[in-house]
Write a protein that binds this ligand. Structure first.
Ligand SMILES: [Zn+2]
Length: 407
């Protein structure tokens, strides 16, 4: 079985995670793919391949003779697909990219545009029928990891250290590392293989927090309200007017942070405002939290104590803080492997988070590698077959570099 066969087999499983569920995995059906992966890995010769009660799959590929003492290399991908697009009954199609745009569905309503396809002219692509996502996010990552392991097993002449594999549920709903068992996994450092276009290599992500501001007003019949009513909706509006207008997702890029207001509800008596705080820089991130706290204090000074009560919860931090001091070898090794395969590494800060960021802060440094996939979370998702094949070779090179002189 090659990487394309593997990929097509994995995407036949519906593994859409469920944001309304509190169980783990969030959807029991995720375990069907997990079971199939355990069986496949055992058939390949990874005798300890197993699924735990949360649906996580772990397996270990032993080192070749002489590399037993090299620190193990971890490779991680997630099995679930995004709830943002239908994930059942995926009908993959192989097509040769001829240039121009490409209609995906029968009616021609869902189109891959010429600009998106331009880098892939002449390549064979795996696309959808326009009704579902493809599942390259992140089954391409799984297919690439399993194919690299299979390749190393077939080529015992390629020396490598121990390799620890993990396939996780529920990444797409932000719970992919909740039950990740670092001890069972067994590697001191790892990569998630979960990025986009070929060449992407990431070790920076946002610091992230959620803020909730509760406004307490005072309601009274509007006809009797003079000098008495304090409308909570207008308090929330006043709070919003204090926010820096250019620091929103719509006005920022690269390493620029933002406040993102994503929910408001209420009436005259009480209102609740929800927002996200994002910044790559930890000092700026903390300053953003203080800024919200000063804004709440301003309203409290103006209208009385507890008019605006601010709650902030940190959700994840920038993995750069964990990678940069001691683990840049991971970035170097991945860059060298990419270049050896003719791929130019593009090291870009992620404007979001990754499972690797969470793992890095739990003690497992874990940058993110590309899968080669494009248009994730959409019915327009596709992956070029050369990207799948190249990533297998890049992973093999990374594994072979682990513990070698030139690493
Ligand atoms: Zn993903």
């Amino acid at each position: 079985m090659d990487v394309v066969d593997r990929f097509c087999s994995y995407i036949s499983f519906d593994t859409q995670s469920d944001e309304n569920s509190t169980s783990c995995p969030s959807a029991e059906k995720e375990k069907r793919l997990a079971e199939a992966l355990v069986q496949e890995l055992q058939c390949l010769g990874l005798k300890d391949a197993r699924m735990d009660s949360y649906g996580y799959v772990y397996a270990r590929l032993n080192a070749t003779p002489g590399r037993e003492d090299v620190p193990a290399l971890g490779l991680i991908a997630h099995m679930d697909t995004s709830p943002d697009a239908p994930g059942a009954n995926v009908h993959p199609r192989r097509i040769r990219c001829q240039g121009g745009s490409l209609p995906l569905d029968a009616a021609g309503d869902v189109i891959l545009d010429e600009q998106t396809l331009a880098p892939y002219v002449g390549q064979e692509l795996i696309v959808t029928d326009g009704t579902t996502l493809l599942g390259a996010d992140d089954k391409a990552g799984i297919a690439e990891i399993v194919s690299a392991a299979a390749y190393l097993l077939e080529h015992p002449d390629i020396p490598h250290g121990p390799i620890c594999l993990a396939f996780t549920p529920d990444e797409e709903i932000g719970r992919g590392t909740e039950h990740f068992d670092l001890a069972a996994f067994g590697a001191p450092a790892a990569y998630t293989v979960d990025g986009g276009a070929l060449g992407e290599l990431e070790y920076e992500n946002f610091n992230a927090a959620n803020a909730h501001i509760h406004f307490t007003g005072f309601n009274i019949h509007p006809g009797e309200a003079k000098n008495k009513m304090r409308n909570a909706i207008l308090l929330a509006q006043e709070f919003l007017s204090l926010m820096p207008p250019a620091e929103t997702p719509a006005h920022t890029e690269g390493r620029e942070g933002f406040f993102h207001v994503n929910r408001i509800e209420g009436n005259e008596s009480a209102a609740d405002l929800y927002l996200l705080i994002r910044d790559h820089d930890r000092t700026n991130f903390e300053a953003r939290k203080e800024q919200l706290s000063r804004m709440a204090a301003y309203l409290n000074g103006k209208y009385g104590p507890d008019t605006a009560v601010l709650y902030i919860r940190d959700s994840y931090y920038n993995m750069r803080e964990k990678i940069e001091p001691e683990h840049m070898d991971l970035i170097h090794r991945a860059s060298v492997a990419m270049e050896a395969e003719g791929v130019t590494p593009r090291i870009v800060p992620i404007r979001g988070g990754t499972d690797g960021a969470q793992l890095s802060w739990k003690g497992l440094p874990c940058p993110n590698l590309c899968t080669g996939g494009v248009n994730f979370h959409s019915v327009r998702e596709f992956i070029p077959i050369p990207a799948l094949e190249t990533m297998v070779r890049i992973l093999v090179r990374i594994a072979a570099a682990q513990g070698s002189e030139e690493a």
